[in-house]
Design a protein around this ligand. Structure first.
Ligand code: SAM
Length: 221
């Protein structure tokens, strides 16, 4: 029998091998194997879905580089029982990965079009443990706090205060922190009422976190 050549499967395997070579393991690696990144992109970008790079998702936003997403998620050391807060739903790709790794996700997005699209995509993938919220994620989501982990997919010069307050003591938050055009993805642990920086993971270039406790929109225009 002539073997059927399937480019996407080979490209996906190449990405999985790359993530494994960066030290991504176990359930995080499996989640990347299960979730189809092409389902979160416009058709014309489908063939780039398994390249290790950020790609445009419309509205001036991007879906982050897979290796960065994987490293940020792995740093949270998720066990499966967690209730977590994600700021910046974007395409919904990272949300879908997280849905395989925790019990419940609250995800906040400020751009309605992106939030609506992500909701449809996750419904199509039969993901049931995500609550979508439209709004300013720099304020966190006090209604469902405290969280077992927080992951922020957009950058600011420091961690917004409400996100510190809404995290459980002993739990972790990961976020790109720094200037508008250059940041370091940083892991923090809540200690008492404050934060301890535990690891500067990697340099990055994320889109800005825009909101009351982040960059004001007018300073970016
Ligand atoms: N992880 C996402 C994915 O898998 O597609 C990509 C996130 S994208 C790099 C950052 C997102 O954060 C954008 O969709 C942007 O609109 C959103 N964002 C920026 N400021 C925000 C805020 N204050 N609250 C909620 N979302 C915000």
């Amino acid at each position: 029998m002539i073997p059927t050549y399937s480019a996407p499967i080979m490209e996906k395997q190449r990405l999985i091998n790359l993530l494994a070579s960066y030290g991504i393991r176990n359930s995080v690696l499996s989640a990347f194997d299960i979730i189809p990144r092409e389902a979160f992109l416009e058709n014309r970008l489908g063939e780039s879905a398994y390249e290790d790079r950020a790609l445009p998702i419309g509205e001036g936003q991007t879906v982050s580089q897979p290796s960065l997403v994987a490293e940020m998620i792995q740093a949270l050391k998720l066990q499966g029982h967690e209730k977590i807060l994600e700021i910046g739903t974007g395409s919904g790709f990272q949300t879908a990965i997280l849905s395989r790794l925790v019990k419940q996700i609250y995800t906040v997005e400020r751009i309605k079009k992106l939030a609506d699209q992500a909701k449809i995509r996750l419904k199509d993938l039969n993901v049931k443990n995500v609550t979508f919220v439209m709004g300013d994620g720099s304020k966190g989501l006090a209604k469902h706090a405290p969280y077992d982990a927080v992951i922020v997919g957009a950058a600011f010069s420091k961690v917004p205060k409400p996100l510190v307050e809404q995290l459980k003591v002993g739990s972790s938050l990961v976020m790109p922190v720094g200037a508008k055009d250059w940041q370091e993805v940083t892991l923090y642990k809540k200690v008492g009422k404050g934060f301890q920086e535990t690891l500067r993971m990697t340099p990055a270039h994320f889109v800005p976190l825009i909101g009351k406790y982040a960059w004001p929109q007018e300073r970016l225009d």
